[in-house]
Write a protein that binds this ligand. Structure first.
Ligand code: SF4
Length: 456
């Protein structure tokens, strides 16, 4: 990378610092659009077959949230880091707004539990599927609006001008933190310049997501807001090799919660949750349970209608989920979770033993699966975009093939990264190749299964 390009990247970081007022105004524009798209569809009748994205606000909101926002924020995080979180996210902006005027209490220790991002991501993913959040405005308003309301309450109670919600509780912060590790940009801290500037009277930086700026490593926790750009002359926005953070940086400090988020959740729960309706396992399980209920004369699991906020219940458009459907969906998600765990954890553990003689590096090795898990999440979410456009008569040519290429390229990148990590722990090329061959097996099986699932 040429010096001029580096200068341009750093200048962009400085520009963010100078334009904080403009960024704040842009956040209010996004907040207004967000509230409008969440609230107005609640007042409108459900879309009918003649309603399209371009002539029906409910359909437009559905497409904006799930066809554009969700998949492309994941993509943007992988390509440029968490700029969405720091600059544009309405939930983060509202939480910080509340915190500026709030009680400023100390953050309770229970809130700092590292498992919240994993638990809340699983809970919102599963609940969203049970209530068909991608199709209907009421569950979207409940889940997104409820999350935003909770973010504001947390902001109003804890921290001063901080984003405590984003740092500890946001359901997608764990996923964005992982995906941002492959981004080619980060705010880089130069420890030597920081030390030399110790006597400088630099004004304090308000890092809203509570990143320990001085010791910051990697881009995972940083929301790329730009407020620390140029601080003490030691921090600047910089380009980096996308694999560096995982192989040599924060990947070495990986935790078990990150491994849980990568393997059973992103490679297990998410594919099952996004493609349950097309799953042969789901259909077979449902058929078996229906026959069981009929045989035992249990009619209520097949006929009981639960409220829309428990299970999908829209009889006017012929879309009702029975208790049997809900149970089968939950069972499929559990199957997905266990399948991914069994598939990946064995080879990861065996590789760790092969390279170090103990299990100590399993979590670092699992970080190599971040490109694959990020790509499979993006490819899965893109099916929401494709399905919604298809319903309106817009067919994106070769979209399945393009998604398959993305997944396969990311799989190769994961393998390359895995091989790079093995070199840190063992110099014997034979062992490194053997360990990489071990992880190649589950990666290949996952790619085959996932590509077949979203192409079916
Ligand atoms: S470290 Fe904090 S202040 Fe600096 S860019 Fe990241 S989020 Fe903003």
């Amino acid at each position: 990378m040429r010096v001029g390009s580096r200068g341009f990247v750093a200048a962009f970081g400085d520009m963010l610092l100078r334009r904080q007022t403009l960024i704040r105004r842009a956040q209010w524009v996004i907040i207004s659009a967000y509230v409008l798209l969440l609230a107005v569809p609640l007042l409108l009748p459900l879309p009918r077959s003649g309603d399209f994205i371009w002539n029906n606000l409910s359909r437009f909101a559905q497409f904006a949230f799930w066809g554009i926002w969700w998949p492309f924020v994941v993509l943007a995080t992988a390509l440029v880091g968490r700029f969405w979180c720091g600059l544009l996210c309405p939930e983060g902006a509202l939480s910080e707004f509340a915190s500026e005027r709030g009680a400023g209490r100390a953050i309770p220790s229970w809130m700092k539990w590292s498992g919240w991002p994993v638990v809340s991501f699983i809970a919102t993913t599963v609940y969203g599927q049970l209530t068909s959040i991608y199709q209907y405005p009421k569950p979207a308003a409940l889940l997104l609006g409820g999350s935003t309301f909770a973010a504001m309450i947390v902001g109003a109670r804890y921290g001063k001008s901080k984003r405590v919600w984003c740092r500890f509780l946001c359901p997608v912060s764990g996923v964005f933190g992982l995906v941002s590790k492959i981004a080619p940009f980060h705010f880089q801290v130069d420890p030597e310049t920081w030390r030399r500037s110790a006597t400088t009277d630099a004004p304090a930086v308000n890092c809203a997501p509570l990143v320990p700026i001085k010791t910051m490593r990697g881009a995972s926790a940083c929301h790329m807001c730009g407020r620390c750009s140029g601080h003490r002359g030691a921090i600047r926005l910089a380009w980096r090799k996308p694999a560096m953070d995982i192989v040599y940086g924060s990947g070495r400090m990986a935790t078990s919660w990150e491994t849980i988020l990568i393997v059973p959740v992103l490679l297990g729960v998410v594919p099952a949750a996004l493609h349950w309706s097309n799953s042969a396992i789901f259909q077979a399980l449902r058929q078996w349970l229906v026959e069981l209920c009929v045989g035992a004369h249990w009619i209520w699991p097949l006929s009981l209608r639960l409220p829309w906020w428990v299970l999908t219940n829209y009889p006017s458009v012929n879309d009702v989920m029975t208790v049997v459907d809900g149970l089968c969906l939950l069972a499929l998600i559990v199957v997905g979770c266990f399948s991914a765990t069994i598939l990946f954890i064995g080879p990861l553990a065996a590789s760790s033993l092969l390279l170090r003689g103990r299990l100590a590096i399993v979590h670092h090795l699992a970080q190599a699966l971040i490109p694959l898990s990020a790509a499979s999440l993006f490819a899965g979410l893109l099916s929401l975009t494709i399905t919604q456009l298809h319903a309106d008569g817009i067919v994106l040519p070769h979209s399945d093939q393009a998604r398959a290429v993305v997944v396969l390229m990311s799989a190769l990148w994961s393998l390359r990264m895995f091989f790079g990590i093995t070199g840190i722990y063992n110099k014997a090329i034979g062992r490194r190749i053997a360990a990489t061959a071990l992880i190649c097996i589950p990666i290949t099986l996952f790619c085959i299964a996932w590509i077949r699932a979203f192409s079916s």
